[in-house]
Design a protein around this ligand. Structure first.
Ligand SMILES: [Zn+2]
Length: 465
C-alpha cells in the first residue's frame, strides 16, 4: 500500500468533542489535496504555476490549438514501408506480447519485465537506453532535431500479486493469460512501432522517447509518470502517449481518483466486562452507512465505493481498531474535491457520534487517514492537436476511434497541462484485471500498431514528404 508521505508527515492533532483527530482533517490545504501540487513528489512551493497550468489545460481555447494542421504522413514512402512491416510481421508483435506477459510484474516488482524491455530497446538500436531512479525503462530515437519530443509508452506493471500463474495459452489468434491485454498489448505495440520506424529508417524530425513505465496500476499510484514529469525531463516532453488496453479508442479525459484507508482506534476491552467503551467497529459502521447515503452527480460521472473492511479480535471483544478502504473517482476535479470534502466530514462526524454515544467511556477514539492514492482529474481538449492527429491517423486507416475518459498514465501529464492521451493497442480484449484475461488478434490486430505509428509520425514529424 502506498501511504502519502506529505499527508502522513503533515499529521497534526486537535481535540474536538473529546475525540482526537489525526491527519487529513487538519491538512492546511484540504481542497488542494487532489491537485498535482499536493502529490507526494511535487515540491509544495510550486503550487501557483502548476495551478495555472492545470487551468490552462482545461480552458485552452480551441482557436489557438486549431491553428496547427493535424495531418499524418501516410503517403511518405518510409512510413508506408513501416506500415507494411507491422502487417507482414504481425507475428513478431504477438511473440513479444506473450514473452512480456510471461515475465511476472506485480506492483513494485516490475524490474524483471523491465530488464527484458530494456534488452529489446537496445536490440532495436535506441540510444541512451537506461532505467531511471523509479524503475522506468527509457530509450531514445533521435531525429534531425527539428521537431518536438514525443513519449510513446506502455506500463510494465500488472495488478496480479507475486505467485500468479502468468503462463499464456494460445489458440489461433486467441491469447489467454493475466495481463495479456493490460498492458502486454501496449508494451508489444510500443516495441513493434519502434521496430517498424527503425527498420525502415523513417526520417523523424523530432525525438521519440520510448518508455516502459512502472506503477500505473492502483497501488503504484502513477509513480512512474510522476517521476518522469517531476524529474530532469519534465520540461522537455511536448507530447505524451500511453498505449494501454485493447481496441481502437482515444482516452483524452482523465478520471481522477482519491483512495484512503480510514482507521479508527480505541482502547479495546471485554464485550461484557468493559461494556460502555467506545467501539471502533461501530464507528466504522456509522461512517460507512453515512458514506453510502451520499448523493453524487451522474454528470460529471462521480463514484465511490468502500472496497475493504478490516478489524476485530473476537466475538466477545470490543475491538481496539477497525478500518476501511474507500475509492472515489470523478471526471471532474471539482466534483472529486467536493465529494472528498464531504466524505472527510461524515467520517469525522461518525467517529464523534460514536464517542458521544458513550459519555462514560474511559477511552477515546482516534481517527487516522492514510492516503492510498491520489490521481488528478482533467482533460486534454477534444480540439487539442494531439487528439486531432490521433483522429487523422485513424481516418487514414479507415478506423473509428471514439474519445473517452479513463484513469491511466496520461492522468498525470494531463493534470500538468501537457498534451497527453492514452490510446488502445488494437485487437479485442476481455476480462482485464482478472485471471481469465484474454486478447484476440482476429484478422486485423496489426491495425492498432499501424494507427499508433501514424499518430507518432504525425506528432514527431517526418522529413522529406
Ligand atoms: Zn493498463
Amino acid at each position: 500500500m502506498f501511504v502519502d508521505t506529505i499527508l502522513a508527515s503533515a499529521e497534526s492533532k486537535g481535540s474536538r468533542s473529546g475525540i482526537i483527530f489525526t491527519s487529513y482533517a487538519a491538512c492546511p490545504a484540504v481542497h488542494a489535496c487532489l491537485l498535482p501540487t499536493h502529490l507526494p513528489m511535487s515540491p509544495a512551493n510550486r503550487s501557483a504555476p502548476l495551478l495555472a497550468a492545470l487551468a490552462t489545460a482545461m480552458l485552452l481555447p480551441a482557436t489557438r490549438v486549431l491553428s496547427q494542421p493535424a495531418t499524418v504522413p501516410a503517403q511518405h514512402p518510409a512510413v508506408q514501408a513501416a506500415l507494411t512491416t507491422l502487417e507482414r510481421e504481425n507475428s513478431w508483435t504477438l511473440d513479444q506480447q506473450i514473452t512480456l506477459c510471461e515475465i511476472p510484474a506485480p506492483p513494485f516488482k516490475e524490474a524483471a519485465r523491465g530488464v527484458y524491455f530494456r534488452q529489446q530497446l537496445m536490440a532495436l538500436g535506441l540510444e541512451k537506453v537506461r532505467v531511471d531512479g523509479e524503475g522506468n525503462v527509457i530509450g531514445e530515437l533521435r531525429g534531425s532535431g527539428t521537431g518536438p519530443t514525443v513519449v510513446l509508452s506502455g506500463h510494465l506493471d500488472t495488478v496480479f500479486p507475486e505467485g500468479t500463474d502468468v503462463k499464456v495459452t494460445r489458440d489461433g489468434t486467441m491469447l489467454r493469460g493475466p495481463g495479456i491485454g493490460d498492458d502486454c498489448r501496449g508494451l508489444a505495440a510500443t516495441l513493434a512501432v519502434t521496430r517498424a520506424l527503425t527498420q525502415n529508417a523513417v526520417p523523424i524530425a523530432g525525438r521519440l522517447l520510448v518508455i516502459g513505465t512502472v506503477g500505473e496500476e492502483g497501488p503504484g499510484n502513477l509513480r512512474g509518470v510522476r517521476a518522469l514529469f517531476t524529474g530532469p525531463m519534465r520540461d522537455s516532453i511536448d507530447y505524451f502517449i500511453s498505449v494501454d488496453g485493447t481496441g481502437i479508442a482515444i482516452t483524452n479525459g482523465a478520471v481522477g481518483s482519491a483512495r484512503y484507508r480510514f482507521t479508527v482506534i480505541g482502547p479495546g476491552g471485554h464485550s461484557y466486562g468493559a461494556f460502555g467503551l467506545v467501539n471502533p467497529i461501530h464507528a466504522v459502521g456509522r461512517a460507512i452507512a453515512a458514506i453510502g447515503d451520499l448523493q453524487v452527480p451522474e454528470t460529471p460521472r462521480t463514484t465511490f465505493s468502500v472496497g475493504i473492511i478490516t478489524g476485530g479480535t473476537s466475538v466477545n471483544t470490543i475491538s481496539a481498531d477497525a478500518s476501511f478502504d474507500l475509492d472515489m473517482r470523478s471526471e471532474s476535479l471539482a466534483s472529486l474535491q467536493e465529494l472528498d470534502a464531504r466524505v472527510q466530514t461524515v467520517v469525522a462526524k461518525a467517529v464523534a457520534d460514536e464517542q458521544a454515544r458513550w459519555p462514560k467511556s474511559r477511552g477515546q477514539l482516534t481517527l487516522k487517514v492514510d492516503t492510498i492514492g491520489l490521481r488528478p482529474a482533467g482533460k486534454t481538449p477534444d480540439s487539442a492537436h494531439i487528439v486531432r492527429v490521433a483522429q487523422a491517423a485513424a481516418d487514414a486507416l479507415r478506423l473509428y476511434a471514439p474519445l473517452n475518459a479513463s484513469s491511466t498514465d496520461a492522468n498525470f501529464p494531463i493534470s500538468l497541462g501537457i498534451p497527453a492521451i492514452t490510446v488502445d493497442g488494437g485487437g479485442v480484449g476481455r476480462a482485464a484485471h482478472s485471471l481469465e484475461e484474454s486478447y484476440d488478434d482476429r484478422t486485423d490486430g496489426y491495425k492498432g500498431p499501424q494507427w499508433i505509428l501514424l499518430l507518432v509520425s504525425g506528432l514527431v514529424g517526418v522529413r522529406g514528404r
